[in-house]
Design a protein around this ligand. Sequence first.
Ligand code: NAP
Length: 461
Amino acid sequence: MAHDHKQQTTSRPLRVAVIGSGPSGLYAAEALIKQDQISVSVDIFDRLPVPYGLVRYGVAPDHHKIKSVINVFEKAFLDPRVRFFGHVEFGQDLTNADFHRLYDAVIYAAGASSDRSLGIAGEDLPGSISATEFVAWYNGHPDAATRDMRLDARGVAVVGVGNVAVDVTRVLAKTTDELGETDIADHALTVLAHSGVTDIHVLGRRGPVQAKFTTKELSELGELANADIIVKPEEIALDPASEAALAGQRVAQRNLEVLRAFAAKPLAGKPRRIHLRFLVSPVEVLGTEHVDGLVIERNRLNERQVAVGTGEYETLDVQMVLRSVGYKGVPLPDVPFDARANVVPNAAGRVTQSADGAVVPGEYVTGWIKRGPSGLIGTNKADSVETVRALLEDAPGLPRAADGDPEAVDALLRSRGIHFVTIAGWAALDRYEMALGEAQGRPRVKIVHVAEMLERVMGAS
Ligand code: NAP
């Protein structure tokens, strides 16, 4: 018997669990099944009943083409070696110890679900919210579905000049007709249809050369049916440090061309205005019970392109502040975490005990929780390939799981009363959402409450 057991454990496929079914997790699954070095079986977990993470809940609803990456991920799910376990929360429904008992290797691909704060007075006032929350709300993320979002503000300040800032600005500025043909959450469409917003102030603390948005996204702001864009020529004039930095930066050069064209364009008198500002920092959110203004300070750049306050202030007439200054990773239970960088410490994807500590055998990490919240969806492909390469190198020496039987996972979840969602369950929900969408001439209508999702997958999972 003991001999049989050994035979079985050494010849069975390597059992890998991927925690998170967003881009980084699914690129990792793809890399695992594409290689032919070793035989693998891959179980992908998500705390939500549905897969795709930020592709479903981060990508702006009017950027439907970006979501076509789902075709690549669907291929991974069609592979018989891959299974999906939706609605299973790491650390709660299954602990790190459970994963070690059931799998030979675990890849953390949990992304960065929180947001960075500004650290200024008044930022916690009602009416000041993170872009992360706003994006989750309009994309129908179950965590944000019941949020009471008001859009009775006339003026909104969007802090930050990355692509998320551009996304939220576009969604705030678009007409109901423009948004109505997307898969934006129904609750958001209703609120946006009654929005009182007329002026959106997008605030970059540094200059145009240091802005993080990409040119295509920036250009779109100039093509909106309902909004003029206003850029002050003096705020896009370059200081010597920016001039020098511009030389090698193609994206910044193209951005600057677009910004100069915006600055030169006469206003068309549209009902909304986007004020794209540079070299200004928020210093205080005003208000007692609700946001009632934002004080900003003019900056200059020093020779290292760092913003330095000039002591010159201005107050913006805003009743809402959207902080779009970056996502932030959160610790996973019983997994090492670097609280300064907000990532799982690692060496080329191998989890380490601390930033320069020893490798934790059998644990790997990829995506935003590995490198921080930067890059486009495709950036995760190379990142996950690097992690999977490390895993494959280690595979021959990895201690095998005590209970590597694939059925053990299902049995354990069932014994704990966890209603998990399989890929067949997701496929049923996917078809249902798309049929609802088709009836309205939209790509899909999202189901936003977990209980309703589970109801829809019942019988299929
Ligand atoms: P991001 O690109 O890192 O931009 C964050 C912005 O916040 C920067 O302009 C940054 O300015 C600013 N900021 C940070 N701290 C600040 C502070 N205390 N006060 C004022 N401003 C501050 O982050 P993101 O926009 O969240 O995007 C995350 C990633 O997703 C990016 O790689 C982005 O390209 C990607 N994404 C892509 C798309 C798309 O392709 N359409 C859409 C959405 C997101 P500094 O540079 O001065 O720090």
